[in-house]
Design a protein around this ligand. Structure first.
Ligand code: ZN
Ligand code: FE
Length: 256
């Protein structure tokens, strides 16, 4: 199996677009459709023909370009079964535990409600990569627009169950602002302090902080670190209720 090719490009104000390609089978998918124009330009740039759209959730900066791209390319649109009615042009619906083949690459689907009711993420275990949409960000997690803290915590646990070396592609460049917040809840985390400085340097040079890895997020992302004694002290809640610790961290971030 040839490794999957990934082309990442910024679009809109702070989204990332992703094209993934299985050259052997001449398949190219875009992860979400934040901007039909930017995706069209990226395809032309690479000389790739769009065959699939893999949607994570219904928000306009993720599914807004679906119909335009489908009309132009006749691509197949894959998306969350739990939110099928809100995914424009959806052809194939997947949910928790589903698995499909993208050319020679196995893709595992997980329901990760919280940010929206029907958010899904895509994990390609043979390639050690995952596309996590607006569920997990580098040093952050998605806002709870349509779900409860308990739902989001359980969604994040699914991501935490993957191998540490998994490379995580999230949908936004929010890391620098997330780092500022993270330092207020866990200032004694040396790995976080180091990472925050590295993030500042990257952003200073206008470079992306994405992708990240699960190992790095486990060590530094406050939304995955409800078990941290320092975070528990910050939010005044002990480890008898990790969902409550997570909920309080999320609430602090909402008003940060
Ligand atoms: Zn969103
Ligand atoms: Fe988004």
């Amino acid at each position: 199996m040839q490794p999957i090719e990934i082309h990442m490009f910024p679009c809109l104000s702070d989204n990332y677009g992703y094209l993934i390609r299985d050259a052997e089978h001449d398949l190219t998918a875009t992860i979400d459709t934040p901007s039909a124009d930017a995706i069209r330009a990226a395809l032309a740039d690479k000389g790739w023909r769009l065959t699939h759209i893999f949607n994570t959730h219904h928000h306009a900066d993720h599914a807004g370009g679906n119909l335009e791209l489908k009309a132009e390319t006749q691509c197949q649109i894959v998306g969350p079964r739990a939110d099928a009615s809100r995914i424009p042009g959806i052809d194939v619906e997947y949910g928790d535990g589903d698995r499909f083949e993208f050319g020679g690459h196995t893709v595992n689907v997980f329901d990760t409600p919280g940010h929206t009711t029907g958010h899904i993420v895509y994990w390609l275990p043979d390639d050690s990569i995952a596309f996590v949409g607006d569920t997990l960000f580098s040093l952050g997690c998605g806002r709870l627009f349509e779900g409860t803290p308990a739902q989001m915590w359980s969604s994040l646990q699914k991501i935490m169950s993957w191998p540490d070396e998994t490379v995580l592609y999230c949908a936004h460049e929010y890391t620098q602002a997330n780092a500022r917040f993270a330092l207020t809840v866990e200032p004694g985390n040396a790995a976080l302090v180091t990472r925050s400085a590295a993030v500042d340097e990257l952003r200073e040079r206008d470079e992306p902080t994405v992708p990240t890895t699960l190992a790095l997020e486990k060590a530094t992302n406050p939304f995955l670190r409800a078990a941290s004694a320092e975070i528990q002290r910050t939010v005044e809640c002990d480890d008898s209720d990790l969902v409550e610790v997570f909920a309080r961290v999320r609430a602090l971030k909402d008003s940060f």
